[in-house]
Ligand binder design. Sequence first.
Ligand code: NAI
Length: 392
Amino acid sequence: GRALRRVPLQRVPFHLRPCALPSFHSSRGFATNVKQKVVCALYDPPADANPAVLGSTTGELGIRKFLEDRGVEYIVTADKDGPNSVFAKEMKDATVVISQPFWPAYITADRIATAPNLKMAITAGVGSDHVDLQAACDNNITVIEVTGSNVVSVAEHVVMTMLILMRNFIPAYNKVITGKWDIADIASNTFDLEGKSIGTVAAGRIGYRVLQRLKPFNVDLHYTDYNRLSPEQEKELGATYHETVEDMVGHCDIITINCPLHPQTEHMFNTALLNKCKKGAYIVNTARGKIMVAEDLAAACESGQIRGYGGDVWFPQPAPVDHPWRSMPNHAMTPHVSGTSIDAQIRYAHGTEEILQRFFDGEEQRKEYLIADGGKIVSPAYSQGNTTGGSH
Ligand code: NAI
């Protein structure tokens, strides 16, 4: 078993992987008499289902055989909201729950109280704010995510969205499909990226990759983060550091938000902060919807204080049909999809399987995957950077 474990898990055929009797060890201790059950919320596939969609209820993250070979019950459902949902009912005797930011099953304190056997909440992706982290800590539930699994996917979406906004792409496309040819209309509001000032709120795994990808556009880069980059990294990127988001926003033609949602970032962008932005700035947010005050942002887009807003994150998800961002002017919003490309799905499905393998075999989890463990929040990105070490 030992030699085998040094080989990256995804290269080991399922039938060769280290196998243990169904039992679990964790920081909450050892138990043999508890039924092993994993409950997972995923989105339903399209009608012409592509089996490659590992992140859907047909793909099931590709872990059914792995779990069932170990005698673990595996429930997968898209029905996640409300007390009568399949997820809420099935999690009551689950040892592990899996959810995704794209189709989040909210793991609230109330739900945790119904699930006495729950030991672990896995995020198949990145960003665990759909879990009540305090309630998880109070109940000694490990919260863990597949760190890094979709950071390139999101960084690409951020750069794409900046170009879509700056080049006025969506109104131009709409002219084409409605049979029009009003060039002046589009041309009056379209710009080059080159020469503009662009700042990121957070330069962690995603924010750093956004800066790297923007550098060749010959732009003026800015960032703020709890953790300052090294002088070498700042020099390589040509990025200017700002102590606070308030200090940074006034310098930027485009602001991109790449920090996690936690108490210090919830509703960070309210009218006061939006008014500190340059008039006519653009904002791209693929981090979390709740970092904005939804109505304040919609008003700023209406008034022109913000020239355009794009991204893919909302609250709640799915967003209600009357969510103000669906109808505000100059937006480039998609449903929450940037981190669930086919490439990303393969990475977070493998990562989820590895987390489960380590859990059921009583092995230590990778440190960089842990958000909350042993009754406390351990991720530096969720704890105001008061732990050491960069996160790039
Ligand atoms: P990371 O942990 O590598 O980096 C987060 C960075 O944010 C850290 O450097 C941290 O110091 C910084 N930070 C935290 N609070 C801050 C604050 N108030 N001001 C400035 N900096 C702050 O995380 P990663 O991988 O870069 O992901 C960031 C977030 O992006 C996730 O937590 C998630 O919410 C979101 N995300 C969205 C996806 C999507 O599909 N739209 C997919 C993946 C992540």
